[in-house]
Write a protein that binds this ligand. Structure first.
Ligand code: GLU
Length: 280
């Protein structure tokens, strides 16, 4: 039985892209269970009113989940900011395997030692191997402390998986992505650790999300391996584009679920109408 999830980050109002990806997640889990998790670890950007609005907007669309902040369930709490002890526990498990190391390099350090300018504007720079801590660094740590921690990726290894919607995928560690953050010096887990820890703890069997996170899946697979956990399957939904092929993420003005609702659009239109029609 599929156990799916909706995992919004409450940094703003959800838009039509979220609506469609989440509706797909709900449809694919319709014969099983769907849970709802609020990913609010970025305290500087997340707001409780956006978390409440997300639930209200998705309910208005007709999505139904049976476990989440607004309903009970065996895996509560479903709010990541209430789950720090669990994330600490997962940090300890990773630290015990030697898969992660403390990293005091700043963004400036990283920029300075990048040899080539990165290809795409929005591509994240690969963490330079020259800045890695030596093997064994951090082995004596009992807590993360006020420092970043990174996962040491196996350079040159191909991380492959079959996506239920996008087909076979392959990324090369050290070339497509480098040592990634698992813990932040502000005391919170980084996204990659938190999402793997919670999908595992909550028994998620299929992750449906936007294809902007395809590369993250390779990182997350490495975490599943290091932790000795079975990975879920993935279905990355294509990103919504307008008539000119422009990605929605670049032009969300007027396309939040709430604005569309206020304009009198129906849930059906929000979920299926061409973008340009929604902007009328
Ligand atoms: N919370 C993440 C976001 O809203 C999605 C995480 C995921 O689906 O893995 O971008």
């Amino acid at each position: 039985m599929t156990r799916g999830r909706l995992a919004p980050t409450p940094t703003g109002y959800l838009h039509v892209g979220h609506a469609r990806t989440f509706a797909l997640a709900a449809a694919r889990a319709s014969a099983g269970t769907l849970l709802y998790r609020t990913e609010d670890l970025d305290a500087g950007r997340c707001r409780p009113e956006f978390a409440d609005a997300a639930i209200e907007d998705l309910r208005w669309l007709g999505l139904q989940w049976t476990e989440g902040p607004d309903v009970g369930g065996p895996h509560a709490p479903y709010v990541q900011s209430q789950r720090l002890p669990w994330f600490r526990d997962v940090w300890s498990q990773l630290q015990a395997t030697g898969a992660i190391y403390p990293c005091d390099k700043s963004r400036k350090d990283v920029e300075r030692s990048l040899t080539a300018p990165h290809a795409e504007d929005d591509a994240e720079p690969i963490f330079p191997p020259a800045l890695r801590a030596p093997i064994g660094a951090g082995r004596e740590a009992r807590e993360p402390g006020p420092t970043n921690w990174r996962f040491r990726v196996p350079d040159g290894e191909t991380i492959a998986f079959v996506d239920a919607l996008q087909g076979p995928q392959a990324f090369v560690a050290g070339r497509d992505f480098g040592d990634f953050l698992v813990w932040r010096k502000d005391g919170f887990p980084a996204y990659e650790l938190a999402v793997v820890a919670d999908d595992h703890a909550m028994g998620v069997t299929e992750v449906v999300r936007g294809s902007d996170l395809l590369l993250s899946t390779a990182r997350q697979l490495l975490l599943y391996q290091a932790l000795g956990w079975a990975a879920p399957t993935w279905a990355h939904a294509p990103l919504i584009v307008d008539a000119e092929g422009k990605r929605l993420a670049k032009r969300t003005a007027g396309l939040s679920i709430r604005e569309l609702r206020q304009k009198g659009k129906t849930p059906e239109e929000v979920l299926t109408a061409p973008l340009d029609q929604l902007l009328d």
